[in-house]
Design a protein around this ligand. Structure first.
Ligand SMILES: [Mg+2]
Length: 390
């Protein structure tokens, strides 16, 4: 089998969006004095699809959510010529070819995002060629079903957040993730706003449930050290990305307190990046994002490494590529699930581009044993709400 063509498209959402309210989610831009719309640079209302065609008539679908116009340009001008003509079963060779040939300017960031999109599409082809779901090529079924956590609960007035949490309880979820709205610039009053919301959510979800806390890089080492003892009594399962991705020593110092497991890796790349995190004991939970980290090929290597360190892996985001990896790895205990809703930060955009995502039932999702590949198709339901760049 030979790859014959790569088609990339950028999907830019022009439909209705939910405007962000103040203090709905901390982020790395909060540290700057320009207080405008700090979250603006972390919303993404564009997506890239990457369809790889073969001479066997099979088409694999990959995607990327970060800097989609740049990722498209990298694939079109640089990477496609290195991939066309190759046998998709030589996925490791193809991955190394792209990684090593882009090494001077790639390695991390959008160069790796482009490789990830290609790699995911190749795995979709392999599943379709084998007539098997991708998880069957990665290790098979390690779980009857995948437990998923409801991941939204952006910071808002307390009663509003409690109503939202109750709706997830009513749907049968027993694991929840909430976002913080206040950080270092907001002082002791902001600390109290944060703690009050954690207490309020705990009140709704009860004690025998898992609660995850998300900082999205909007705190710093000093602030987090002061917050940990205030949050620990609520027994969170983890505290996510408290500091920026490059502050590995900061992660390690926080994780070493043992007060709350620190999670991260959503903005880290490749096996080498995760070896650094693991060697430093920087995280208690790994959360690579498959469509940034180097695709399924890189994710599987990180899964093996993390298993040897006995650090669980919970890939960032829902999405089929993450579900397949989670299903196939015993060391991936649960998956993130973004509730389907109107377009807000952009996490939810893939529901508007693709068909095939499983719907959770009572806090679990399942994958079909018979649908080959990743199980996604590109939808035509919302074409009028996108500008599509070929
Ligand atoms: Mg996160």
């Amino acid at each position: 089998m030979k790859i014959t063509a790569i088609r990339t498209r950028v999907w830019e959402w022009t439909g209705k969006t939910v405007p962000p309210s103040a203090n709905f989610c901390t982020n790395a831009m909060d540290a700057l004095y320009d207080r405008g719309d700090a979250m603006g640079s972390f919303r993404f209302h564009g997506w890239m699809t990457c369809e790889i065609e073969t001479d066997a008539g099979l088409v694999g679908i990959g995607n990327a959510a970060l800097a989609p116009r740049i990722a498209k340009s990298i694939i079109d001008t640089y990477m496609a010529p290195l991939v066309v003509g190759q046998d998709p079963w030589d996925y490791e060779y193809i991955w190394q070819r792209l990684y090593r040939s882009s090494h001077a300017w790639g390695r991390k960031g959008v160069g790796m995002v482009a490789i990830s999109a290609i790699d995911i599409a190749i795995w979709d082809i392999l599943g379709k060629a084998a007539g098997q779901p991708v998880f069957k090529l990665l290790g098979g079924r390690t779980k009857e079903k995948i437990p998923v956590y409801a991941s939204k609960l952006y910071s808002a007035p307390i009663e509003e957040m409690q109503r939202e949490a109750q709706s997830y309880v009513d749907q049968g979820f027993s694991m929840f993730k909430m976002r913080f709205g206040w950080g270092p610039k907001d002082g002791p009053q902001g600390m109290r706003e944060n703690v009050d919301r954690v207490a309020a959510i705990r009140e709704v979800i009860g004690d025998d449930t898992d609660l995850m806390l998300e900082c999205y890089m909007g705190w710093n080492l000093d602030y987090t050290k002061r917050m940990l003892p205030l949050l620990a009594p609520f027994r969170p399962r983890w505290l996510e990305e408290p500091v920026i991705a490059d502050d590995i020593a900061g992660y390690a110092e926080l994780n070493a307190t043992g007060l709350i497991p620190i999670s991260g890796g959503e903005h880290e790349f490749t096996l080498f990046g995760f070896k650094q995190l693991l060697d430093a004991k920087a995280v208690g939970v790994i959360q690579y994002d498959t469509n940034r980290v180097g695709g399924i090929t890189a994710a599987q290597k990180i899964n093996a490494l993390a298993e040897a360190y006995q650090v669980p892996v919970v890939p960032h985001a829902g999405q089929m590529h993450n579900y397949h990896l989670t299903m196939a790895n015993l060391n991936c205990p649960i998956s993130e699930f973004f509730p389907v809703h109107d377009v807000e930060v952009g996490n939810e955009l893939f529901y508007y581009i693709f068909d095939g995502d499983p719907e959770p039932e009572a806090g679990f999702i399942d994958l079909s044993d018979t649908v080959p590949g990743l199980g996604l198709t590109i939808s035509d339901r919302y074409l009028d709400d996108f500008t599509i760049i070929e």
